[in-house]
Design a protein around this ligand. Structure first.
Ligand code: MEV
Length: 323
């Protein structure tokens, strides 16, 4: 049996704006998806008959990317991420499955994280009707802290470039990384799930419509871009207070883009007294918020009292790996 794990991600800055070419900063988290594949007499997923139309990421990876024509596979997936909630569960699934399938076909070879990031991005684009940045897929594949942007970002390490034809035109991104300073080791993220799922493709299309009907709203994207740059500078020098302030500011801009919800706002407010910064994370419309804090159990409690489900993680864990 071939088995692999890929982490989920948490976007600290730049969700939605990154689809328009602005920078985004995301970190890999402790939680993620484990995929295993083994030969079998029938195609199964989690013990049931595999139905390709219900699992576009899996179908895309197996048949379009790998063009697999071998014997049927028994596929098993375990996840401790909330799905359709802004934690990159579909990108982690694509990475873990592509890694497991690669190891199944080439048992003695190593995993190529860049190749996996590109495969997972194509699966995201396939499932999100052509609108997907490489943020989720590359953070899950490379691990650590990833900076995705339309242009190269000074002070980061450039890893690869990628492009995609979206309904709004051709987009190009540079995928970069930065190392997280050791002074950040005492900081945690507490991610709070609102209980409401929200498909990314739907939220990305909603923002695209908002911008096309109100072209002046593009200035919100530009503000997010400036906040992202300030947040990235704070992160790269281990300035936790600055990082938190930028997260708070980013939440206000995302509210202006109409991707927050009253419940996410309540959870953000509840977490703030014990946090350095709090914001929604991911596509919004439900899904999750995140707080940066030195006191994760207090924040987790505050999130729970405000009706959310908390999950504590370190910032920037290792990327996709064989198990
Ligand atoms: C989703 O986690 C992040 C978005 O920016 C979409 C994307 O980058 O593809 C909303």
């Amino acid at each position: 049996m071939a088995k692999a794990f890929a982490p989920g991600k948490c976007i600290l800055f730049g969700e939605h704006a990154v689809v328009f070419g602005h920078p985004a900063v995301a970190v890999a988290i402790d939680q993620g998806v484990t995929a295993s594949v083994t030969e079998s007499s029938d195609w199964t997923l989690e013990g049931k008959r595999f139905e390709p139309s219900r699992h576009p990421h899996i179908e895309h990876i197996i048949h379009n990317v790998f063009q697999y024509e071998g014997p049927p596979l028994k596929i098993d997936i375990e996840s401790n991420l909330f799905s359709a909630a802004g934690m990159g569960s579909s990108a982690a699934l694509s990475n873990a499955l592509a890694a497991a399938l690669h190891l199944h076909i080439n048992p003695d070879s190593k995993l190529d994280q860049v190749k996996l990031a590109k495969m997972a991005h194509s699966a995201e684009a396939f499932a999100q009707k052509g609108r997907a940045s490489p943020t989720d897929s590359s953070t899950s594949a490379l691990g650590g802290c990833v900076v995705v942007s339309g242009d190269r970002v000074p002070g980061t390490i450039h890893v690869f470039d990628t492009s995609l034809t979206t309904p709004e035109g051709n987009r190009e991104w540079a995928v970069n990384t930065i190392s997280i300073p050791s002074s950040m080791n005492d900081a945690f993220l507490v991610i709070g799930f609102s209980g409401d799922t929200s498909p990314t493709g739907k939220m990305v299309a909603k923002v695209a419509n908002l911008i096309s009907n109100n072209p002046e709203m593009i200035s919100e994207m530009e503000s997010i871009s400036k906040i992202t740059t300030a947040g990235l500078t704070a992160l790269s020098v281990g300035n936790l207070d600055g990082l938190g302030l930028a997260m708070d500011a980013c939440h206000e801009r995302l509210r202006n883009l109409e991707v927050s919800t009253p419940k996410l706002d309540r959870m953000v407010e509840a977490a703030r007294p014990h946090s350095l910064g709090s914001k929604l994370t991911g596509a919004g419309g439900g899904g999750c918020m995140v707080s940066l804090t030195n006191d994760p159990s207090r924040v987790a409690e505050a999130i729970e009292i405000s009706g959310g489900t908390p999950l504590i993680t370190r910032l920037g864990t290792e990327g996709v790996r064989a198990l």
